[in-house]
Design a protein around this ligand. Structure first.
Ligand code: ATP
Ligand code: MG
Length: 285
């Protein structure tokens, strides 16, 4: 019986969400997470806990069949793997930042400057594309302090809110790559493992769709139903049920999380009352 080996980050910014995603897909693990490897007892997968830097290599070499990690690391390592799904968490960007008192004049600013980074490949690609000659100082962590201690003139690092940059007296001037967590797969998965991966992706998409949508219930007079249906098309079309009170209906539908507040305002204006909005656990389209 085939087992799909999944590599996830052992501890760090990706580990909690990676584990949560597998749990939300109904996959249960018998061991704690202190081990390096654990088998699910209700789905044919085994999880390997690794440093995120090592995941692309292990997937390329088929030590693991698939892995969960940031796109930044996937493209920095540039191994022979396929990106099969974007997961929507760990959103961040790889950016260039310079001391805040410096005026940015465009990519030419970096000519003959020294840039500290943990992403030498992606930075080199950016510099080559812009025909800039600069010195790259490769360091593995705490990149943002490099200009302050005189190690470099600028940095190229992961940014999310930008508060770490501000604290270190830097400002962001270029974005090299936008990143989120993804699933990578080794090339040439055998047919049995491919089947397990497809099943896993089916579950992941159901979880993702559920998070992006809400279930909505409301009451409205019959005369308002047509207008409300136009605002809330739902998955196929809304469910309309009669209420005990004559002339009134209850309407059930699905609304996208990002359109939710706008829809509520329109629904109220159309005559909806007693609006309930409920999270969806799984959604299969
Ligand atoms: P490891 O010990 O596994 O090598 P690490 O210290 O290199 O871990 P983390 O800081 O845990 O890595 O970050 C892992 C990934 O999370 C990054 O490669 C990036 O994709 C994403 N990430 C990093 N910083 C942020 C952030 N501030 N906000 C959102 N996502 C981030
Ligand atoms: Mg790392």
């Amino acid at each position: 019986m085939s087992v799909l080996k999944i590599a996830i980050q052992k501890s760090g910014r990706l580990s909690e969400n990676s584990k949560k995603l597998l749990e939300e897909c109904g996959i249960k693990f018998s061991n704690g997470i202190s081990v390096l490897k654990t088998k699910a007892h209700n789905f044919p997968v085994e999880v390997l806990f690794l440093r995120d830097d090592d995941i692309p290599q292990y997937v390329e070499q088929q030590v693991a069949d698939i892995g969960i990690l940031g796109e930044n690391m996937v493209y920095e390592k540039a191994k022979e793997v396929d990106v099969v799904e974007q997961l929507g968490f760990a959103t961040c960007r790889l950016s260039l930042a310079i001391p805040k008192e410096e005026t940015y004049t465009g990519p030419g600013y970096f000519m003959n400057k020294k840039i500290a980074t943990s992403y030498p490949k992606l930075l080199t690609d950016f510099l080559n594309k812009n025909k800039i000659k600069a010195e790259i100082e490769e360091i593995s962590g705490s990149v943002e302090i490099a200009p302050g201690i005189g190690l470099a003139d600028a940095i190229c690092d992961i940014v999310s809110s930008g508060s770490t940059l501000l604290t270190n007296g830097l400002h962001e001037v270029e974005t090299i790559l936008k990143s989120q967590a993804v699933i990578i797969s080794c090339k040439n998965l055998d047919a049995d493992k491919k089947k397990i991966l497809d099943n896993l992706l089916f579950r992941i998409r159901a979880v993702k769709n559920a998070k992006e949508n809400k279930y909505i219930l409301l009451n409205a007079p019959e005369s308002a139903i047509k207008r409300i249906c136009d605002i809330l098309p739902g998955m196929k079309s809304p469910t309309v049920l009669p209420l005990a009170e004559k002339g009134w209906c209850s309407l059930h539908s699905v609304v996208r999380e990002d359109e939710f507040w706008e829809s509520i305002t329109q629904l109220k204006a159309a005559g909806a009352e007693g609006i309930l909005v409920i999270p969806i656990e799984k959604m299969i389209l």
